[in-house]
Structure formats: structure tokens, C-alpha cells
Design a protein around this ligand. Sequence first.
Ligand code: FES
Length: 106
Amino acid sequence: MAKSRHRLIRLAELPVDTNQGFRIDGKPVLLCRTAAGVFAIENRCTHQLAPLEGGRMRGTNLFCPRHGQRFDMRTGATVGQLTKIPIQAYEVCIDEDDTIEVLLPD
Ligand code: FES
């Protein structure tokens, strides 16, 4: 599947243990950074469609701020009982000038 590359922000603008939402070509995307790395996921919970921005993170997991459903940010898979529907997880690259890029399917 073809993918398009989107340059977002510099790594220094996304401190460890924070996340920040973007809208890219109409898609809600959440950039997340923890000690485990930088991840890009769909910014919409599959339980009741709440934005995931501001959700608590631990390692590679993010917890929905509304009811606490946990998602694996590497794959989008759910961990928990509220929903079994995964979210999208997107490929992330850090380019040579420390800009975070997200690859979205066309
Ligand atoms: S809306 Fe995310 S867990 Fe309910």
C-alpha cells in the first residue's frame, strides 16, 4: 500500500511522557513520546470515540482518558475489556534534522 510522508514537529517539541494531536488530511493522529520511543496512533478511541490526546502513557501503552481502555501504541491493539476493536498505528521516522515524520496510508 502506498504511503505519504508528513513532517510534523521537531523531537524537542514533544517532551518524553507527552502526546499531541494533529489532523493530517482529515485524519486525527496522535503523536506520543515515552521512554520507549515515539509513536503515532489514531487519535480516537474505538470504545466511545473519545480523543486519546492527554491519555496517560506507560511504556508502549496509552490509556484512554475517558474510561481507561489501554492500547498498545506499537500496533494499535487493545488490552482490556471495553473494546476489542484496535486503533490505527502509523509508522514514524525521525529524520536527520530531528523532525518527526508520520507515514500514512494513501
Ligand atoms: S471512550 Fe475510550 S475507553 Fe471509553
